[in-house]
Write a new protein. Structure first.
Length: 421
C-alpha cells in the first residue's frame, strides 16, 4: 500500500511528532494538534511581541493579552492528562481566544493595517483545520468578544469602516472554501470505504461458493470412509486428520470474511452509544467468536480479570473493536515468532479500562503517529488500514479513548479507557 497523503507532512515534522508522541503516549489527531498548537503558541506569542514592539512597532500592542495567550498555550503542553471533555473545552477556549479574539482585537485596535489583516486571515486558516463545528463556535465567540472589547476601548468606529468591512467577505469565502475542502476529503474517504466494502462483498460471495463446495465434498469423503474403511488404522487416522484440517480452514476463512465485511461496513453505521454493555461479556464473545488457527494459538491468549465494568456503547461494535485488536495482536506474535496475548479487564482503575497486551514484534517509533490513520497499514501488505481507524472512530463516538504504548521488538499495549458510570 502506498504511503498516506499525510506521510510527506509527517517527514517534515517527524522529530517533533515522535518526541511528543513517545513522551505523551497518545496518537489521536486532537491531542497531537493540541500539542503542536501549544508548542507553536508558547514560542510564537512572545516572539511576535518582540517583533511588533521593537523591530516593526505597531500602533497598539498589549503585553497582558500576550501573557494570557502564552498561559493558555502552556496549559496545552499537559494535554496528555486531559480527559476527552476537558480537551474539547480547552480547545474551544484557547482557539476562541487566540485566533478570532486576539487577532481580530489587534486588527481593530491597530486600525486595520495590512500586517494584522494578513495575520487574521492566516489565523482563520489554522482555526478551520480543526473540527468545523468547533471552529465555527470559536469563530463566532471570539469575533463577537473582540468587537465588543474594541468598542469598549474606543475603537468602535473601526467596526463599520471600509477597511474592516471589506475583509468580511474574504474571511467568509476562506471559511467556506476550507469547510468544502474538508467535506470533499471526508466524502472521498467514505467513497473509498464504500468501494472497499463492495469489493469485499464480491470477494466474499466468490469465495464462499467454492468453500461451501469444499465443505460438502469433505463431508462426502467422511461418509465414504465410514462405509468403505481403508486397509489400516493409520491410513484412516491420517485421512481423518487431513479432512478435519480442511474443514477447520473452511470455517476459519468464513470467519475472517465475516470480520473483514463487518469492519468495512461498520463505519457507515450509527456509531452512537445505545445500550449498556458488559466488558466481560464482550471479551468472552470475542474469545468464542475469533477463528483461532490452532489450539496452540488459542492458548496464547489469556484473560485477566481485575473487576468487570459496564460502559455505554453498542455490543456488536465493541466486538468489532476487540476482534480487530485480537487479529493485530496475533499477527504481531506470528511475525515475531514469539510472544503471548493478554487481555486485562480493569474495572477498579479510574477510568475503567481494557488492556490489550501482546509481546510480539511491537511497533516502531516512526509508525506510532500513523497507526490510527485511515488507510495506513504497516507493513504495507498487512491489511487495508481501516481496522484501528475504525476502532478509534467507534471509541470517540462513545466518549472513550484508545491509545497505544509500544516498544519495537518487545511489546504493544492498546489501552481502551471508558467514561466512569
Amino acid at each position: 500500500m502506498r504511503p498516506s497523503p499525510h506521510e510527506h507532512w509527517k517527514r517534515g515534522t517527524q522529530r517533533l511528532l515522535q518526541s511528543l508522541l513517545l513522551y505523551h503516549g497518545r496518537e489521536d489527531h486532537a491531542t497531537v494538534r493540541v500539542l503542536l498548537l501549544a508548542c507553536i503558541g508558547t514560542v510564537g506569542m512572545p516572539l511576535y511581541y518582540v517583533i511588533w514592539q521593537h523591530f516593526f512597532p505597531q500602533e497598539y500592542e498589549s503585553l497582558p493579552l500576550r501573557m494570557l495567550g502564552i498561559l493558555l498555550c502552556a496549559i496545552g503542553l499537559f494535554a496528555r492528562q486531559f480527559s476527552r471533555p476537558m480537551l474539547n473545552f480547552y480547545l474551544l477556549v484557547t482557539l476562541s481566544y487566540i485566533f478570532p479574539f486576539f487577532f481580530t482585537f489587534m486588527f481593530l485596535m491597530n486600525h486595520a493595517p495590512g500586517v494584522w489583516g494578513e495575520s487574521l486571515l492566516i489565523g482563520l486558516v489554522v482555526l478551520f483545520h480543526f473540527d468545523t463545528g468547533l471552529a465555527l463556535r470559536a469563530y463566532a465567540i471570539g469575533t463577537v468578544l473582540a468587537c465588543a472589547a474594541a468598542a469598549a476601548l474606543g475603537a468602535g468606529d473601526m467596526l463599520l469602516s471600509s477597511a474592516v468591512l471589506q475583509q468580511v467577505p474574504i474571511h467568509w469565502f476562506t471559511i467556506a472554501a476550507l469547510s468544502a475542502a474538508k467535506i470533499s476529503r471526508q466524502v472521498l474517504a467514505q467513497e473509498k470505504l464504500a468501494g472497499m466494502g463492495a469489493g469485499l462483498a464480491t470477494v466474499a460471495h466468490e469465495l464462499r461458493t467454492p468453500l461451501t463446495s469444499v465443505d460438502a465434498n469433505v463431508r462426502g469423503l467422511l461418509r465414504l470412509m465410514a462405509a468403505a474403511p481403508l486397509h489400516s488404522k493409520d491410513q484412516r487416522a491420517s485421512m481423518a486428520d487431513a479432512l478435519a484440517r480442511i474443514q477447520f480452514e473452511v470455517r476459519h476463512m468464513n470467519h475472517m470474511i465475516d470480520l473483514f465485511l463487518l469492519s468495512a461496513t461498520a463505519v457507515r453505521q450509527n456509531l452512537n452509544p445505545v445500550e449498556t454493555v458488559s466488558m466481560e461479556s464482550v471479551v468472552e464473545a470475542v474469545l468464542k467468536r475469533y477463528p483461532f488457527a490452532t489450539q496452540k494459538q488459542q492458548k496464547m491468549v489469556r484473560l485477566e480479570m481485575r473487576g468487570n465494568f459496564q460502559f455505554f456503547g453498542q455490543t456488536e461494535l465493541a466486538v468489532v473493536v476487540l476482534l480487530n485488536l485480537m487479529r493485530n495482536a496475533l499477527r504481531a506474535v506470528q511475525r515475531a515468532g514469539k510472544g503471548r496475548v493478554r487481555i486485562v479487564i480493569d474495572g477498579k482503575h479510574q477510568p475503567p479500562r481494557l488492556l490489550f497486551i501482546d509481546t510480539g514484534c511491537g511497533i516502531a517509533a516512526p509508525q506510532m503517529s500513523m497507526i490510527f490513520h485511515r488507510f495506513y497499514s504497516h507493513p504495507p501488505h498487512n491489511g487495508a488500514g481501516i481496522g484501528l481507524a475504525l476502532c478509534r472512530e467507534i471509541m470517540d463516538a462513545w466518549g472513550a479513548n484508545i491509545r497505544c504504548v509500544s516498544r519495537e521488538s518487545a511489546y504493544a499495549i492498546f489501552i481502551l479507557e471508558f467514561p466512569a458510570r
